[in-house]
Design a protein around this ligand. Structure first.
Ligand SMILES: Nc1nc2c(ncn2[C@@H]2O[C@H](COP(=O)(O)OP(=O)(O)OP(=O)(O)O)[C@@H](O)[C@H]2O)c(=O)[nH]1
Ligand SMILES: [Mg+2]
Length: 322
């Protein structure tokens, strides 16, 4: 995971260090002894060094799916942390690496949502928690719903699915198959039915049976599907979900930014789950999603199995990246 971006970031560290060293070698003319010693043992990174390196690496960042905004942030923060600072020659690479790691961690640190606490609190008030999953076609909504249910079941919370995708062929059967394996119920209507009503029924069912979590599937949609976007707005208005969770496919690269903005405008996005991190490998989309969108990321999807769901952990990601 993230190997591609990791390689690029390590290159960045090396290049900044090399650029700074090269300039020092050119510049070093003997002056006072003290000065010479200082020159030999310390080094200074200049604005030019950074500009040159970032110019060289522009394509690398794009290739790794790092959004332009993020590249700008990294550059500006590195400037603040490094330019003009005298660094011991032998520590150059280490210092650059440390600065970059701090910057990444800051970019990756997001407001947090404690999913379990929310469910626990609602349970005390005898209220089921409705989680609505939305996103583009094929982003991984249905699979993620099953994974999140598995996560709740492991914590001894009860779950029910709402078959809110009555649009795509075989979508209900897909959800039913997951339900069968996880041994939980699905509340469904026929294909073509109003998803707002299906989800409403599922919540009523959960209330009657004392079920803790309602996980509502929805059809994949894009902003060009006016009818489907209106439908989503109705689902939201009728059911007032506790959380609207946007499922984003990390393979789609920087597209996830416009996708999020679009769903956020339409119904408001409370949190994000980023899927397919096991296949995307590039790593940049997670950095872009975190830094540009500033929405809580609940989990990362890292495979097709139910257990392939990782809690989002910015520290761990920063460690992995550099
Ligand atoms: N490798 C990998 N595959 C995933 C992950 N999440 C989902 N998938 C796969 O992505 C494909 C699409 O997943 P679905 O869950 O059907 O996506 P969806 O968003 O519900 O699709 P629509 O309902 O058609 O919009 C399936 O083959 C899933 O197995 C993940 O984290 N890693
Ligand atoms: Mg689906």
């Amino acid at each position: 995971m993230f190997d591609f971006l990791k390689k690029k970031l390590n290159n960045l560290v090396k290049k900044i260090s090399i650029a700074a060293k090269k300039r020092e070698e050119k510049k070093a003319k003997p002056s006072l002894t003290q000065k010479i010693i200082k020159k030999i043992t310390t080094i200074e990174i200049t604005e030019d060094n950074l500009n040159q390196v970032f110019q060289e690496m522009e394509l690398d960042f794009l290739e790794a799916d790092v959004a332009v905004e993020v590249v700008e942030k990294i550059k500006n923060d590195l400037r603040k942390k490094l330019v003009g600072k005298e660094i011991k020659r032998g520590k150059l690479e280490e210092e650059v690496r440390k600065a970059l790691k701090d910057i990444l961690l800051e970019a990756l640190t997001l407001p947090e949502i404690n999913l379990e606490e929310i469910v626990k609190k609602n349970k005390k008030e005898k209220k089921p928690t409705l989680l609505l999953f939305l996103g583009f076609n094929g982003s991984g909504k249905t699979t993620t719903i099953a994974k999140v249910a598995f996560w709740f079941l492991a914590k001894k919370y009860s779950c029910v699915f709402a078959a809110g995708d009555s649009f795509r062929a075989a979508s209900i059967e897909q959800l039913e198959e997951h339900a069968r394996r996880l041994k939980i119920n699905v509340i469904k209507h026929q294909y073509g039915a109003d998803p707002a009503a299906v989800i409403f029924d599922a919540v009523r069912h959960a209330q009657a049976k004392g079920i803790d979590v309602v996980l509502a599937d929805t059809a994949g949609r894009a902003h060009t599907n006016k009818n489907l976007m209106d439908q989503l707005e109705k689902i939201n208005r009728v059911n007032k979900p506790e959380l609207k969770i946007l499922v984003l496919d990390s393979m789609t690269g920087n597209d996830i930014i416009s996708q999020c903005k679009m769903f956020d405008q339409a119904v408001g996005v409370d949190a994000i789950i980023l899927t397919k991190n096991d296949v995307s490998n590039k790593g940049g989309s997670i950095l872009s999603a975190a830094y540009v969108l500033r929405k809580p990321i609940l989990f990362l999807g890292v495979g097709q199995g139910y257990e392939d769901l990782e809690k989002y952990n910015p520290k761990q990601i920063a460690e992995r990246l550099i």
